[in-house]
Design a protein around this ligand. Structure first.
Ligand SMILES: [Zn+2]
Length: 76
């Protein structure tokens, strides 16, 4: 009876260790993914005219140059 109990405890302990290790690995993998991938709009571009930094998504590209607004780009 005692042997069976110890065996059960051992099995549960092994499962716990495996689960704990897996969850730890998953967390570290998620952290790596987050640090590697750059979210959209995170890249800042400098306006050619007024030198204001604007995110790449909002920037206006004219003649291969970045502008913060239509006014700076000269678009009416
Ligand atoms: Zn500007």
């Amino acid at each position: 009876m005692l042997f069976k109990f110890l065996l059960l405890v051992g099995i549960f302990f092994a499962i716990y260790i495996i689960f704990f290790k897996r969850s730890k690995k998953e967390v570290s993998n998620e952290r790596k993914k987050k640090s590697k991938s750059t979210p959209k709009g995170d890249i800042m571009m400098e306006c050619e005219k007024c030198e204001t930094f604007v995110s790449e998504d909002e920037a206006i590209i004219k003649d291969g140059k970045f502008y913060c607004s239509k006014q700076c780009a000269g678009i009416k």
